[in-house]
Design a protein around this ligand. Structure first.
Ligand code: ADP
Ligand code: MG
Length: 250
């Protein structure tokens, strides 16, 4: 499942990214570098721009200024093949990730078969392998509504992984879960990290971010106000606003 990098150059790079919605600036001069096989956690209050940043990285939103690279390709270049870019990025949202009218297996094999041209047998074999790894081997032929919220999110992660993405974007994937189901989903993220998957995740789970993130970015009003290792940002925040945010939330 690991992705291989040719060198240490960033998997994702954002430079001076600016995003506005109807005149209001939602991302301002955002710079970001995500090294291969690392986890970047985006933290910050609701409305600070975490989801927008992830959506820009996946080209779900068009940026107003700046540039974004995936590996060595400038994906915000108008000539870039946007569909091809999206095929290299896996995304999991807070909720409603699975199609309710398809079994888990159908959900997972849809993109590999339709978008990547993988044959049914190969797609199903890979899907079952991933389901087994994430402890969902017995759920392949169930419909999503027969799964717990935690199982649904794990299946959504499997679906994102099924296309062998270069980068995984996770937007508050535990936010809609009952507290007792959060752990099983975070455990999967931990496993993927051990496996070398490159990830950017927006999260309110500060303990988890501190444990798993190589890089932490604190967003405030669309600006990356502070960034550093988890130890730096959580252990010794330099900005008063970061301190206040962490104080409030922890
Ligand atoms: P977060 O994920 O950190 O809670 P978001 O990226 O969702 O923050 O939102 C950042 C800001 O952008 C908020 O003020 C939000 O209201 C605004 N915003 C997000 N998406 C849209 C949109 N599609 N249209 C208008 N404003 C939006
Ligand atoms: Mg959000």
């Amino acid at each position: 499942m690991s992705t291989t990098s040719t060198d240490g150059s960033p998997v994702l790079r954002m430079e001076s990214v600016r995003k506005t919605f109807g005149g209001s600036v939602v991302l301002r001069d955002v710079d970001l570098e995500v090294a291969p096989h690392t986890v970047t956690a985006l933290i910050g209050a609701s409305g600070s721009g975490k989801s927008t940043l992830l959506r820009c990285a996946n080209l779900l939103e068009e940026i107003d200024d700046g540039a974004i690279w995936l590996d060595d390709e400038e994906i915000t270049d108008p000539r870039a093949d946007q569909d091809a870019v999206r095929r290299r990025i896996g995304v999991v949202f807070q909720a409603y990730n699975l199609f309710p009218h398809m079994t888990v297996l159908e959900n997972i094999t849809l993109a590999p078969r339709r978008v990547h041209g993988v044959g049914r047998a190969a797609a199903e074999e890979h899907a079952r392998e991933l389901l087994d790894r994430l402890g969902l081997g017995a759920k392949a032929t169930e419909y999503p509504d027969r799964l717990s919220g935690g199982q649904q999110q794990r299946a959504a992660i499997v679906r994102a992984l099924a296309v062998r993405p270069r980068l995984l974007l996770l937007d508050e994937i535990t936010a809609a879960l009952d507290p007792e189901l959060v752990g099983e989903v975070l455990a999967v993220v931990r496993d993927l990290k051990d496996d070398g998957m490159t990830m950017v995740l927006a999260t309110h789970e500060m303990g988890f971010a501190r444990e798993v993130a190589d890089q932490v970015c604190f967003l405030d009003g669309g600006v990356v106000l502070e960034r550093g290792t988890a130890e730096q940002v959580f252990g010794d925040p330099q900005q008063e606003r970061t301190r206040r945010f962490l104080h409030r939330i922890v």
